[in-house]
Ligand binder design. Structure first.
Ligand SMILES: Cc1cc2nc3c(=O)[nH]c(=O)nc-3n(C[C@H](O)[C@H](O)[C@H](O)COP(=O)(O)OP(=O)(O)OC[C@H]3O[C@@H](n4cnc5c(N)ncnc54)[C@H](O)[C@@H]3O)c2cc1C
Length: 394
């Protein structure tokens, strides 16, 4: 009989198994992974560099980066947050660096560094690992869990967004919030801006379905990408899915100015330089080619005040028809999973099935891009792993 079986050898499962074995060295901890490799997503994460966590050390601000799970993660972040992640890896010889946007990577810029560290730690502690092990039948018996011919006192599901874990959780009494993709970019097939692919705007405000997000925006050959678009896709994951990824997107190119302020600036420019072509002036410091596409070619003298007002309104609410999405290669995640109100976030134990624990993306938790999704895996993995062996470690 194992004290704990962890199912799923991703970031959450490995970290949970390590944390359990570290908390209770005498415990029999087994980790089962259905595929031939552990930590497959860590390997490809962050474009192969692994964005381990984010430079945000206050639990409350940290929670604001989670469209789903922010309320529930507040307590857990008081116990294990990015500062702890950094200490954990650095104590095991992994040097980390903070990039300008707050993302944290190994200084090697190579995800293998993180994989090696985790696998060495699991080995050092003596976590038993079985690869290519897929369970057929999972059952709760009176005093243990039966996974085919394996038995364990505690069971920890860390199977990510895959269907197996959701089905087992459902069988053991849980509700599953429907999984749908999060963190993607927007396709705008009819975008007049496509030829400007590669141009970035430092701060734009994007609105869709009653949600508004501000941040850097990247124009691509298929539509829009960049942090503002990714953030909007995360908060709008459900509504976009419901609308078949066909919705109107409104872009405010000058979010720091009101329509009236834009009109006043344009009117002042018209007065100052009536013979100049509006498109060749660039009064708001937008990327030149973007301004040329948005503003009329005419001489300012030939543009009426009403036309300037129309332009100001367009700059404030420029409308595009989103039709489809594209996967963001650097990081994507699934929204949905085990319903959070059915889990005790002090221990990550199920409120429906005693002895059952959850960690990572199997839960209805997801973060925006920037290292927040791995932080969820480390935090919930740590809490679930240590709590699951608590009675043994005492
Ligand atoms: C391309 C890409 C890049 C990313 N980059 C980043 C990044 O840089 N930073 C960041 O914070 N987040 C990133 N993410 C998100 C992050 O990878 C996930 O949030 C995180 O991996 C979730 O960890 P997990 O352990 O919960 O799930 P997973 O990593 O999905 O692991 C689940 C494991 O369970 C196994 N499993 C499933 N079913 C069974 C079963 N029946 N039996 C046994 N094993 C099973 C799977 O094979 C898998 O190994 C990225 C995601 C992708 C796809």
């Amino acid at each position: 009989m194992y004290d704990l079986i962890v199912v799923g050898g991703g970031a959450a499962g490995i970290f949970a198994a390590i944390s359990a074995q570290a908390a209770a060295p005498e415990a029999r901890v087994l980790l089962l992974e259905k595929s031939a490799v552990l930590l497959a997503k860590v390997r490809v994460s962050g474009g192969g560099r692994c964005n381990v966590t984010h430079n945000c050390f206050e639990p409350r601000p940290l929670t604001t980066h989670y469209p789903r799970g922010s309320k529930e993660l507040l307590g857990p972040f008081h116990r294990f947050q990015p500062q702890d992640t950094i200490r954990w890896f650095e104590a095991r010889g992994v040097k980390l660096k903070v990039e300008a946007d707050g993302r944290i990577f190994p200084t090697t810029d190579c995800s293998q560094t993180i994989i090696d560290c985790l696998l060495q730690e699991a080995k050092k502690l003596g976590v038993e690992i079985r690869l290519r092990h897929r369970i057929g039948v999972l059952e709760r018996t009176e005093n243990c869990f039966a996974l085919d011919d394996l038995r364990c006192k505690k069971l920890l599901l860390a199977t990510g967004s895959g269907a197996d874990g959701h089905q087992w959780a459902e069988k053991l009494g849980h509700t599953i919030q429907k999984p749908v993709p999060s963190l993607f970019t927007f396709n705008v097939p009819d975008s007049p801006l496509k030829e400007l692919s590669g141009i970035a705007v430092e701060s734009a405000e994007l609105s869709l379905g009653g949600l508004t997000m501000r941040g850097p925006l990247l124009i691509t050959h298929f539509g829009f990408s960049g942090p503002a678009a990714l953030k909007l896709s995360a908060w709008g994951a459900r509504v976009l899915h419901e609308h078949g990824y066909k919705m109107e997107l409104s872009i405010n190119w000058l979010p720091d100015l009101s329509v009236e302020e834009i009109v006043d600036s344009l009117a002042a420019l018209k007065k100052r330089a009536p013979q100049k072509q509006l498109s060749s002036e660039n009064p708001f410091g937008l990327p030149k080619n973007l301004w040329k596409t948005l503003a009329p070619l005419d001489r300012l003298n030939d543009i009426s005040l009403a036309q300037l007002r129309n332009l100001a309104q367009k700059l404030h609410a420029d409308r595009y028809q989103v039709d489809g999405k594209t996967t963001h290669k650097e990081e994507f995640v699934t929204c949905g999973g085990v319903s959070l109100k059915e889990v005790d976030f002090k221990t990550m134990e199920s409120k429906k099935c005693p002895g059952l624990y959850f960690a990572g993306e199997i839960l209805d938790i997801d973060g925006v891009t920037g290292g927040f999704n791995f932080q969820n895996a480390w935090t919930t993995g740590f809490i679930a792993g240590t709590a699951a062996v608590l009675t043994i470690s005492k």
